[in-house]
Design a protein around this ligand. Sequence first.
Ligand code: THU
Length: 234
Amino acid sequence: MTLKDLQTYSYVPYSETPGISVVRSQGDGFFPGVRIENASFPLTINSLQSALFNCISEGEKPKAAYINPEQSCNIEFWKSEYGLWIYDLEELDESKFTPILMQIKSDQTPKKLHELLGQAQPIYSDFPVSALLETEQGFISGVNIECSEWSYGLCAERVALSKALAYGIETFKAIHIHTRDGEFSSPCGACRQVLVEHMKDQQVHLYHADGTNSQHFTSDLLPYSFHSSKLKKK
Ligand code: THU
């Protein structure tokens, strides 16, 4: 993957203003991040958060971020949150930028969801959630990540989606979601809004804390959702 490729993976149908970031982990892995807009403004994910949560969801610790300062949001917050070194994207040695995406086999779904709970970072809620996004290229994992500012956290579903998009994967067959606790595992309203934008009529498999599971369609989870063919520029 080149930085040019990464630029095209941004999901920016509304502003047409791409944004990319790359995070280097303490283990010297490289994690891409892209700007992901949403018809509902505040649900937009900026590229630095996308790259950071990609790294953390893989169980790694972020060390440095390569950003375009004009495109990234809340740089000072993320810098102090993770003790990051901040560099300009132009300083990234592209020959070292070889991001690897972990593949998960389909027959491992419930077991993997259970294992992934250990990678969640529910520092306030103690409510771990895991997700596996089913794609043509395999299963992409996500866990919920909370940080010192509650509003900057992301749910497992959106971490998985943001990760897939940052690797250029943009068609999704289904999503599998698991919570350790609670009566009924169910995506929050914000996740429903984001999921319906990227997978309009796809299946949502919920694996509840009591060991039971249920299947739903994204469109049923958010009936009469806001959309318009007039809205997107592309
Ligand atoms: N959470 C998810 O990861 N997915 C959902 O759809 C529901 C909520 C997380 C967010 C937060 O870290 C914790 O669960 C409590 O809200």
